[in-house]
Design a binder for this molecule. Structure first.
Ligand code: TYD
Length: 385
């Protein structure tokens, strides 16, 4: 597989390739990549992922900000740290309210975008050493949080040790990432790519937390990124674990997600979806129908490369991210065009790669469908809508 967010300037450009495969450790219950790509290869000044791409995500982060404000409202001098603040989609809400905060972000381009919103950013990777520096300079944090970042960090133990060092004794650490149970139930295998080193469950997070003097006290399902889970952790000496934790853990155990058996039928389902999708596209293509796609997502790199869907089948992908427009998809070399181009073109069929934004996109593209355009979707099975 190529690097999922490394959109290339022209087909033929050299691309770094690695073996994408998952393993499970039955001792610590973690599902993770077997081969990891060096972080600097993924998160740098060319990082293509900007958080502020959809109104649903903007709403999601506004709610998260309100939740944090509730947590710190009684504190005389609150301090909030976000790991992987990206373009400041969350922390911008603390700029206006004057809440002391710090965003940690290693990718220079998105960090700059956060600074332009007034967010205070430290441009680095978070680990134990970084946590000590923050503690010496700003003091301990009341809230440490991260959205779609913890699963990115191979040296997760250094991050957890850093959190333990930086967190106030009564502080809250919460993070959210795509949930393995959703991935298995929906067969949303396109969540599996280089940036996602870990595929967390309550079972694996509780063990990881214990190892670092933390305790999983609450779990909350989130309707973003195709199904995510938010995990709340506190230092071990606190009491009060919500009943939701046991409810989620019981469901995970029921599906055997802590054992390799829990994943036996997964690859079969993946292959069925890929075969059905490719067949559908080939049939449309051979009957002379033009097919475009919608959303040059990171996860589509896995789908397109694994299913063998390239520029011979897909004319172009419509995307609103300025830095992606004019480039080509990793490995499959499909050109990326602007949304204006798509709106003028009205291709008869469009593969909905950004399926996690389905509701928002179908609403937005009402006119496309009224003009006869059809979306091709593929989870939980291939359909033309
Ligand atoms: P995202 O949901 O962040 O997925 P991933 O984590 O897999 O990259 O990516 C959504 C992509 O789709 C992003 O490139 C922006 C694009 N997009 C559009 O072009 N139009 C839209 O209406 C939406 C919601 C997203």
């Amino acid at each position: 597989m190529p690097i999922s967010n490394r959109f290339i300037h022209h087909p033929g450009e050299d691309e770094y390739l690695y073996d994408l495969s998952l393993g499970i450790c039955e001792a610590c219950r973690m599902v993770q990549l077997e081969e990891c790509v060096e972080p600097e290869m993924m998160f740098n000044e060319d990082y293509a992922f900007f958080s502020s791409t959809s109104s649903a995500m903007a709403d999601h982060f506004r709610e998260m900000a309100d939740r944090i404000i509730d947590i710190v409202s009684e504190k005389p001098s609150p301090f909030v740290v976000e790991l992987g603040c990206n373009d400041g989609i969350l922390l911008q809400h603390f700029v206006k309210g004057g809440v002391p905060h710090l965003g940690i972000e290693p990718s220079a381009n998105v960090a700059q975008s956060a600074r332009e919103k007034g967010v205070r950013v430290m441009e680095t990777f978070f680990n134990t050493e970084c946590a000590r520096k923050i503690k010496d300079r700003y003091g301990m944090a009341d809230v440490i949080c991260g959205a779609n970042v913890m699963c990115h960090i191979e040296d997760i133990n250094s991050v957890f040790a850093g959190v333990t060092c930086l967190l106030q004794p009564d502080g809250v650490f919460f993070f959210e990432d795509p949930y393995i149970l959703d991935i298995v139930e929906k067969t949303s295998f396109d969540q599996i790519y280089d940036e996602h080193v870990f595929y967390f469950s309550g079972l694996s997070v509780s063990r990881l937390a214990e190892r670092h003097g933390l305790r999983l006290i609450h779990m909350e399902a989130q309707n973003v990124h195709g199904g995510s889970m938010r995990y709340y952790l506190k230092k071990k000496d606190v009491s009060g674990i919500s009943t939701d934790v046991e409810r989620h853990l019981a469901r995970e155990r029921e599906l055997m997600l802590h054992k390799v058996e829990g994943y036996h039928s997964f690859s079969e389902h993946v292959n069925r979806i890929c075969n059905d999708l490719k067949e559908t596209l080939l049939e449309l293509h051979s009957s002379g129908k033009r097919i475009a796609a919608y959303g040059a997502t990171s996860k589509s790199t896995t789908l397109l490369n694994y299913a063998g869907i390239g520029a011979d089948l897909i004319a172009y992908i419509s995307d609103t991210t300025p830095t992606k427009i004019g480039k080509f998809t990793p490995g499959t070399h499909i050109p990326i065009r602007s949304h204006d181009f798509f709106s003028d073109d009205v291709p008869p069929y469009t593969l909905l790669l950004a399926w996690n934004h389905r509701d928002e996109i179908l609403k937005k593209e009402k006119h496309y469908r009224e003009k006869g355009g059809r979306f091709i979707t593929f989870f939980p099975k291939v359909a033309i809508e």
